[in-house]
Design a protein around this ligand. Structure first.
Ligand code: FES
Length: 260
């Protein structure tokens, strides 16, 4: 559905990462973790297309929605400068979000870079269901890490990794998690979002662990509605391969379905 959401605030949270708070009560009430908004940025024809943004949160009581995005071109640069009170034309909530079971056992969330945004929303939902949640979060450097104390329920256990070792474990977040598994961590459900190579490595490692793993894929999108086929990914169906649209069939897929 098409909504007009009012901008409450926009601020830089970490290097090149921005937090956008929107108000649109109906949209907030309908949004679920893993879904996204397709936002038209400005009224001019440049940039002409909408841009997809994962939801980092939605609060039906306050009627607000949270979006966290990294600067990545002209569209996001314009969005980083919007003013309080501006109205943004938003299509949403779009896509199929994360599934979660009725289990009370621990869930582990693995985030790479900007992929942390939908997992923040998921972490809050799981903690709200009294689940134990651990977030493994990797970024290039300390300055790129979002201030998680402000964004996550305090019950969430956080494990950090940075490429340069300026905060937490030095190296890949997938290796940090693999170390935790070696030491006995047994998540019941595993959720991940991040760059394609990270998800690929995780899927491969998980062949040995065999944890239920859901991946939120980040693809370039044009229409956001399943019409242009610009976001097709190859999906395994039994013995065969087929194509699915990240925007309308995903962005969340079971890891064993995705063909890399
Ligand atoms: Fe057009 Fe997904 S973006 S089909």
């Amino acid at each position: 559905m098409l909504f007009k959401a009012r901008v409450e605030s926009v601020e830089e949270l970490a290097r090149h990462s921005y937090y956008l708070l929107l108000r649109e009560p109906q949209l907030a009430a309908q949004s679920r973790p893993g879904q996204f908004l397709h936002i038209r940025i400005g009224e001019s024809l440049v940039p002409f297309l909408r841009r997809p943004f994962s939801l980092a949160g939605a609060c039906p009581q306050r009627g607000t929605l949270e979006v966290i995005f990294r600067l990545a071109g002209e569209g996001t640069a314009i969005l980083s400068r919007v003013k309080k009170g501006a109205v943004l034309n938003c299509l949403g909530p779009l896509g199929r979000g994360f599934q979660f079971s009725a289990s009370r056992l621990p869930a582990v969330l693995l985030a790479g870079g900007a992929g942390v945004a939908p997992l923040l929303f998921l972490a809050r939902a799981l903690v709200g269901k009294k689940r134990r949640v651990a977030l493994f979060y990797g970024a290039a450097s300390r300055d790129d890490l979002l201030p998680l104390k402000r964004l996550l329920p305090r019950e969430t256990a956080v494990h950090l990794a940075t490429d340069d070792g300026s905060s937490g474990y030095q190296g890949r977040v997938t290796d940090l998690f693999a170390g935790a598994v070696r030491q006995g961590m047994q998540p019941v459900e595993l959720y991940a979002c991040g760059p394609r190579p990270m998800l690929q490595v995780l899927t491969k490692k998980n062949e040995a662990w065999n944890f239920p793993l859901q991946l939120s894929l980040e693809e370039r999108m044009a229409c956001g509605l399943g019409a242009c086929q610009g976001c097709a990914v190859s999906i395994r169906q039994g013995e065969k391969s087929t194509y699915r649209m990240v925007c309308s069939d995903g962005p969340v897929f079971a890891a064993q379905e995705v063909e890399w």
